[in-house]
Design a protein around this ligand. Structure first.
Ligand code: ADP
Ligand code: MG
Length: 474
């Protein structure tokens, strides 16, 4: 293949990344390779069929347009699946650190010669599996625009069999509070264990830490690691709470060992891997190497559907409980926050209905859920969005902002973007520096001070910044 093809491909990838954003890019395009270009047809390869069909149905036109932006002669983009590397899931190869200190004789047993399995209650205890809520299944999960992708990926993971090649590993789902992360993770766990195909273990990050710490203390660390090896799907919730150097190191080993053995790892967190500040760089990059999906906030329509489903479920226990649709529509419209508040609102109506015997009406609903109605929360502004909006405003590219170029037309926008990142997000200076092409925190501080100083005197700049802020926050 000609070198120019490669350069073209690099530029096309740059365009794609700028268009779809880092998360989408990493999720779907990071593992796309260029196979060749012939007679106006570009051949790209991906590692799995799922990736192929997903890109084809969602991004085919984008990809083609990006190519045509670089090379007008390109008329067609063809996707093929690279020959899959099927990893044996039956005899996993151990990472040295997991096998360390374990002699061959008792490798598959628990001291007493009895093989361990996750079904074994003592192991479950050792592993500290977190309790599951029987209601959090795929059946009760309502799919809407904000969670289609996460749901599709979760389904895919739970439908996979032990011998199937792993499609994306780890699957990393992030979203704000109450948007359904735990629901989706437990659904994966339930369905994995119900099918009996791939045993799934659900652990909160806190349980994971606790499990390791207590196992280390009671000298059962090996048994703990052994048991972890026995599972098909490891599900870790609320990863943002994982703390401490040694736990992180253990987590990293576990992650590597499971992934290399072809086991599925699923993770949820309230932020993307790039923003898990206290996490070791190696862990972070391993996490970002799988599929990273964000779930957005629940739209009104989705809230309405969730409420309807909830009332249906409640009626199986309380047949007389009836909530008129206008009441549901009212709650869906006004209780804006998250799934938990929706549940809370319905619980109140149910309680009121049961205790007083009064039918649920709009007036009653208005009274009961008054304190759950909160003003619109300010939007969570992302550094990525700041970079995109600023780049557009000043007519530079996002990669210019991240580059080391020091020409005036790039320096000022870069400083503005850093200033906005500091004032509109809760990110620290070092974190912002890292997100701006790996700069030092003092550079960020300098930029922030510089802009702060300028807006006092420069009306035009002050106004520009106000407009940018408004765009980002609306
Ligand atoms: P998170 O873990 O993201 O904070 P949860 O999974 O605990 O959020 O969800 C909070 C509540 O909202 C739960 O009762 C959950 O069942 C409900 N919920 C969230 N999203 C959905 C959805 N798409 N369909 C049905 N219920 C949902
Ligand atoms: Mg949760």
């Amino acid at each position: 293949m000609a070198n120019t093809d490669h350069d073209g491909w690099t530029r096309v990838r740059g365009r794609l990344r700028a268009e779809v954003g880092d998360d989408v890019y990493t999720s779907w395009f990071a593992r796309v390779d260029l196979e060749g270009i012939e007679d106006g047809t570009v051949r790209l390869s991906v590692p799995t069929r799922f990736l192929k069909s997903w890109i084809q149905s969602h991004y085919a036109e984008r990809v083609l347009a990006c190519w045509q932006g670089e090379d007008a002669k390109v008329g067609r983009v063809e996707l093929i699946v690279r020959s899959a590397v099927v990893r044996s899931a039956i005899v996993p190869k151990l990472k040295p650190e997991i096998a360390a200190g374990n002699d061959g004789a008792n490798r598959y047993s628990n001291g007493g010669g009895r093989p361990m399995s996750v079904g074994d209650p003592s192991v479950h205890e050792a592993l500290g599996g977190s309790p599951l809520d029987a209601r959090l299944t795929f059946e009760s999960f309502v799919v809407g625009r904000s969670n289609t992708l996460a749901h599709a990926a979760a389904k895919q993971v739970s439908a996979a069999r032990r011998t199937d090649p792993v499609m994306f590993n780890p699957l990393y789902i992030h979203a704000g509070v109450g948007l359904g992360k735990t629901h989706l993770l437990q659904a994966i766990t339930w369905s994995g264990n119900a099918a009996g195909e791939r045993k799934a273990l659900y652990l909160t990050a806190e349980k994971f830490m606790y499990g390791f710490v207590s196992a280390l203390r009671t000298q059962t660390a090996l048994a703990f690691k052994e048991a972890l090896r026995g599972i098909g799907v490891l599900v870790i919730d609320d990863l943002q709470f994982l703390q401490g150097k040694s736990t992180q190191a253990e987590f990293c080993h576990t992650l590597n060992a499971l992934i290399d053995a072809g086991r599925q790892v699923v993770i949820a967190s309230d932020r993307p891997p790039s923003e898990l500040e206290s996490l070791d760089d190696r862990v972070r990059s391993r996490l970002a190497g799988g599929l990273v999906v964000e779930m957005g906030s629940l739209g009104e329509e989705l809230r309405f559907e969730i409420l309807k489903a909830r009332v249906q479920a409640a009626r199986s226990h309380h047949p007389s409980f009836d909530v008129p649709l206008p009441v549901l529509a009212y709650i869906a419209k006004t209780v804006t926050h998250n799934g938990r508040d929706l549940e809370g609102a319905l619980n109140r109506l149910l309680a009121h209905n049961k205790l007083t015997g009064h039918a649920v009406t709009l007036e009653m609903a208005e009274r009961e859920v008054r304190d759950l109605i909160r003003p619109q929360e300010p939007k969570r502004v992302k550094i990525e969005d700041i970079q995109r909006v600023v780049a557009r405003q000043y007519n530079v590219s996002r990669s210019d902002l991240l580059s080391s170029r020091r020409t005036a037309n790039v320096v000022r926008p870069r400083q503005v973007a850093m200033y906005l990142a500091k004032t509109l997000t809760l990110r620290s200076l070092p974190e912002i520096g890292r997100r701006f092409g790996g700069r030092d925190h003092t550079t960020v501080l300098h930029a922030v001070r510089k802009i702060e100083g300028l807006v006092g005197n420069d009306m035009a700049l002050a106004e520009e910044i106000e407009i940018l802020k408004r765009q980002l926050q609306e």
